[in-house]
Design a protein. Sequence first.
Length: 409
Amino acid sequence: MFVERSAGRIRLVRRLFVLCGLLPLIALVAAAVWRQGATRRGGLESRIAAALSLPVSIGSVTDPRPGVMLLRDVVIGAAGGGMVSLSQLRIEESAAEIRVVVDAVECPPDAARVFARLARTWLEGEYRFRRDWVVDCGRVGWGEAAGAIPLEQVRVECVATAGARAVRLRTSGAGGGDDVRLRRLRDDDGAVRHECEARIESPVAAAAVARGLDLAGAPAGRDATFRGEAHLTCTSGVWSGRCTGVVTGLDLGQLTAGLPDGVDGSATLRVEQAEVRDGRLVDARFECRSPGGTISRRLLAACIDWLGCRPLRALAADDDIPYRDMAWSCRLGEQGLDLVGLGPQAALVADDAGPLLGPPIGTMPADRLAWLVSPPGLPVVPASPGTGLLLPWLPIPNAGAAPSARIGR
């Protein structure tokens, strides 16, 4: 009798051990396998891709502690539309905020396009993103852009309040670092307005900036850098505001590649002021300096025909003319175009033998710039990508401005 009761107790204890010990352990092991397995990784990829409206690929997922995920070998985007590759990022979630920590990331032009799309997605995602996002990155490089300086300690804050959403990018550095703020505001009547305030102290890759702004018609060159300030607003798709800045290492050959006649060389473009009102440039002051390169003889002849520039001596018969100094400043506004030579003897362009081209006498109509980039024989209408790009932005002349008489070419 006692032996039977002892055996029954042993069986009961064994069953309790299996139920209370082994089964929870098996459940924990299964949960750990699932959290690191393909099923969970695929679900997480789909969830993030739906939020960002971009394809997402994740190599592996681990959980260092509750509420924290560590993702490795992450790719955002696709080959055709630009990609961002991250070796590792940490995600921390709370009820009100999602925090992403990245050690380093490279931002070539294609990646800049993806980051710009993510910023627009956040600003427009009024009903998609319910929590604020904070991204901390230790270092942002610029790919193969040799002249650009990597950004250190970059923080991106994506926040929302009633009727407003904003993205702010800050970096640490001398002079206070860089600060870019984008805001989407909804007025009481439901109208949407976008605002941009930017102060970029560090030389950043100009090609990445151009690609992020979707300025496909304004290539800058791999080594070109940009720094400057901007204060812009956009209402109903029309921009207004002011900006200043400096582009260093501008590739003139790439910039003029789509024009009938071009220039080769490297230049520095300094924009003292550019004011845009209702989508058109109303006032701009800038200067361009290039220490040497080649310029098309036909382009020099076109400057004489369309802009009224003065030949300072006979042009060489070669198609491409080497120059050693191209320097000029320009004032462009509703009154027209004023060119001033900053080279030897106030020339616009000079070669080893001396000045080649002098500025025009007086103010020229601004639309002559569109004629300048038009193929020969079709000067008045937008006959080329260059004219199609320029005409919508050029200032509308005042009633007292000089008429744009056609000059034979």
